[in-house]
Write a protein that binds this ligand. Structure first.
Ligand code: HEC
Length: 143
């Protein structure tokens, strides 16, 4: 017997097909809104740290850290600041692996521009303030 193209079965399945289309459309749309991968310009990553990690630099870095970073990254850099319960994946600077693969230039860029849920320092800090921060957070890694 020849099957009709538009039989009862087809009509029964039509809502399912529409639902599936809607679902895939939504999935595509959601993907489009996903943030792009975090990219640091190579010239920023290659930038050398002009500030030596002297006791003076570390002391200055610690001071700014206490004001701008400690709420999340915690006293001593353990990643358990007061706000860390609301924000996930705050980097733990005491873990020697945490910043191991980052150049000073990359850290500078991240601190200046922010990353994920971390707000940017932006114009609040002078370049040297940020280099001092880079030196300070590196000094927090457990040996
Ligand atoms: C509001 C909370 C918050 C504050 C304030 C904050 N951070 Fe962060 N920080 C984060 C979070 C969350 C991450 C992880 C971001 C990610 O990888 O998506 C992070 C990551 C980092 C990283 C590592 C990023 C990497 O990919 O290696 C550095 C370095 C850093 N922060 C430095 C600082 C410094 C320095 C300050 C102060 C000037 C600061 N942060 C202030 C939340 C914060």
């Amino acid at each position: 017997m020849k099957k009709k193209l538009w039989n009862q079965e087809t009509f029964r399945k039509t809502p399912l097909v529409l639902l599936a289309l809607l679902f895939f459309g939504f999935a595509l749309w959601a993907q489009k809104d996903q943030p792009a991968e975090y990219k640091i310009p190579p010239e920023a990553a290659a930038k050398a740290n002009p500030v030596k990690p002297t006791a003076e630099s570390l002391a200055k870095g610690k001071k700014v850290y206490g004001v701008d970073c400690e709420v999340c990254h915690g006293k001593g850099g353990d990643g358990k600041g007061d706000m860390a319960s609301d924000i996930k994946n705050v980097t733990d600077f005491t873990n020697p692996d945490a910043l191991k693969n980052r150049t000073d230039g990359e850290l500078f860029y991240i601190i200046r521009n922010g990353k994920g849920e971390m707000p940017p320092e932006g114009d609040r800090a002078k370049n040297d303030d940020i280099w001092n921060l880079v030196n300070y957070i590196r000094s927090l890694a457990k040996k």
